[in-house]
Ligand binder design. Structure first.
Ligand code: COS
Length: 384
């Protein structure tokens, strides 16, 4: 990285750090109560350019490297993770396909609007009967002259109610063709036959909206296909490698926030005549958490740099997401324990952070799928 680029990065990191502490933290309670991200927050996210973090500069984005991206994510995710979700799909899985596999026309049509936050993007892979086994999806796209006709239902689609464009994975060849029979399409929100369900009521993540998206005889021009026919699944997996590193950055940012909440409480709360931070059993909870938070950050930074250097990081991204999200879960649990009864009531942020981090071990690949991917890659490398 050149000195200039490094200096710009540090300025951006500092701007995100200040924004998280001065704007996002004070808005957390409102988001819990309203289940919406306030307008002033959305404006601030736009002004920082965060909707276009991963979009190349020539299309109006910040054109960040993966390392630069995770450094910003660490800072923004010091605040509850729903803020990041609002611009996350537009940077991550919802946009990466267009950046990597889009035609010049598709890029020019969507990327500038996505980068500015004028339009949002969603990634529609999961279905009611196809979650971890993503290749078993049954949404169909049938060729009809110059068009494809899409039928099926997608589930838990983040930002579906806000999205202007969906990357939709559908079968263009029979199920027997396996993952090779899946293609991706860019489907615009106002296309007749596309409808979005009511957002699900969830355990946590207030302010982030996940809904079903239904496709009933949705006709799209053949030019809406993203990448060549039959490459949809592989391209989705490649986007997920990147997105899993991003998600590891989310978990890493939260690890630091959780630790700070635990430290603050442990140093203020007095029992037996002194702050509970003076007791060694509390110190053990803090020290174990610090070690894990440090390890998560080091792993994510390293894997991001490897990805920037052009290495295949399927195994590393799976390791990072597995470790960082599981660590965030353990740290949330320990920090809540430090809060005692106060950790179980809504007065303290730890109660909602505990609920929020639970999702990190599930979405964009469950911990079990990530273990499976890691072991598969290890065996592949070992067997040459
Ligand atoms: N990068 C590039 N190519 C990849 C890839 C990756 N990370 N992962 C898989 N592929 C390729 C494989 O090489 C294979 O290609 P060939 O047919 O040419 O050999 C093809 O894609 C099929 O892969 P695989 O055989 O591994 O598919 P499986 O169905 O066995 O398993 C898993 C795939 C389980 C890894 C996948 O379904 C998965 O990640 N599931 C979780 C889905 C998920 O994270 N959902 C969250 C919601 S989306 S935000």
């Amino acid at each position: 990285m050149t000195d200039d680029r490094e200096e710009t990065l540090e300025l951006l990191v500092e701007a995100c750090r200040r924004f998280a502490r001065e704007v996002l933290l004070p808005a957390e309670k409102t988001v819990q109560e309203t289940n919406e991200i306030p307008d002033h927050v959305v404006r601030g996210l736009r002004e920082l350019g965060l909707f276009g973090m991963t979009v190349p500069e020539e299309y109006g984005g910040l054109g960040l490297s993966v390392y630069e991206e995770v450094r910003l994510v660490f800072e923004i995710c010091y605040a509850q993770p729903a803020f990041r979700s609002f611009f996350g799909t537009t940077n991550g899985v919802g946009t990466l396909g267009i950046i990597h596999y889009g035609t010049e026309e598709q890029k020019r049509k969507y990327l500038p609007k996505l980068a500015s936050g004028e339009m949002m993007a969603s990634f529609a892979l999961t279905e009611p009967d196809s979650g971890s086994d993503a290749a078993s999806l049954t949404t169909k796209a049938v060729r009809d002259g110059d068009h494809y006709v899409i039928n099926g239902t997608k589930r838990f689609i983040t930002n579906a109610i806000h999205a202007g464009v969906f990357t939709v994975f559908a079968r263009t060849a029979p199920k027997e063709a396996g993952s090779g029979g899946i293609s991706a399409f860019l489907v615009e929100r106002n296309t007749p036959g596309l409808s979005v369900g009511k957002p699900y009521e969830k355990m946590g993540f207030a302010g982030s909206h996940e809904s079903d998206v239904m496709f009933e005889d949705v006709r799209v021009p053949a030019s809406a296909m993203l990448g060549p026919e039959g490459t949809g699944f592989k391209n989705a997996m490649k986007s997920l490698d990147h997105a899993r590193l991003h998600m590891s950055g989310v978990a890493t940012g939260l690890c630091q926030r959780l630790l700070d909440e635990g430290m603050r409480y442990a140093t203020e709360r007095k029992q037996f005549g002194k702050p509970i931070a003076q007791f060694q059993l509390i110190q053990a909870l803090l020290a174990d958490s610090q070690a894990e938070a440090y390890a998560a950050r080091a792993m994510v930074e390293r894997a991001a740099r490897d990805m920037d250097s052009g290495k295949k990081i399927t195994k590393e991204a799976a390791c990072c997401k597995y470790f960082a999200t599981e660590a965030a879960g353990r740290i949330a649990d320990r920090m809540l324990q430090i809060h005692g009864g106060n950790g179980y009531i809504k007065e303290y942020p730890i109660e909602r952070l505990y609920r929020d981090v639970r999702l990190l071990r599930i979405y964009e690949g469950t911990s079990q799928i990530l273990q499976l991917i890691t072991a598969r890659e290890m065996l592949r490398e070992f067997e040459g």
